[in-house]
Design a protein around this ligand. Sequence first.
Ligand code: PEP
Ligand code: MN
Length: 344
Amino acid sequence: MIIVLKQGVTDEQIQHVIDHVEGLGFQAHLSRGTYRTIIGVIGDEERLRSEPLSAIPGVASVIPVLPPFKLVSREAHPEETVVDVSGVPVGGGYLAMVAGPCAVESLDQMRRIAEGVKEAGANILRGGAYKPRTSPYSFQGLGKEGLEILRQVGDEFGMPVVTEVTDPRLVEEVSQYADMLQVGARNMQNFVLLKEVGQVDHPVLLKRGMSATVNDWLMSAEYIASKGNSRIVLCERGVRGFDPAMRNLYDVAAVPAAKLLTHLPVIVDPSHATGRPDLIPPCAMAGLAAGADGVHVEVHDQPESAKSDGAQALRPHEYRELMRRLESLAALLHKQIPRPVERA
Ligand code: PEP
Ligand code: MN
């Protein structure tokens, strides 16, 4: 931690800062420059972070030296983490291709879509059973029945499944059916939920909140990791923008920015980021080119009658075409798209 002192700080004030810091059990190193005087504080920065040092008279600012997240930081763990999603490795050169409808609507719908995306090369099947909707009057998802359908279809097609858990009280139930738990954008800072998913033995897909900074996002991952679960995959899904031409503002720079700071895999979701089927393929390619560890796409075989997010869904044949292009790019980047393991 570096304490920058105000211009014109008195010797008494400087001594008071040093006494205060040493009184907390830290070492203080004074450095007087021509224009500014600073104090370097040596010791466990984590413990110092909660001290209101900037409130001491004469202090201009307090600059931490380490990132506020530890467990998920690349500093603490330079090698990339590979998250195992029931046999599908994600990260460290392995790409997650997550695809499926926004919401599970029926057994037949899930079967048709799963068949299409599996054949196209997706390795994780998605489908929302508990849907976080802006309006309480919109389709809220099939709930437990949706989980049962998703699990059944995942098993039939030999694909691990990911679905959103919207409430801490549902973590146990959703964990019984899903291979991976999604924490959605609207819940990225639901700290009770983060702590709850931190206590289960399932990988977590943590979407970026729509007004979250990269730092906020990594702090949310830290919440999960701090409870013992480091099997986290981050997902960039766009932040609130100003332009109604797109649903959100696709922040592709956040992918390499986050990956410089964390060892966790980062994937992109161009479906929610753009909200437009015509923009999903180029934005999926851009995400992969920027270093993403996978692509998450909503696919529906009848978008016109979908119960949620139909307007942004790719049709199975469009997804297949996109996958061909993603496969070429993956080969160029020396990355692999693993196939799900066949289970007996
Ligand atoms: C979803 O995956 O369908 C979803 C609601 O995503 P997000 O939380 O990113 O809006
Ligand atoms: Mn959706």
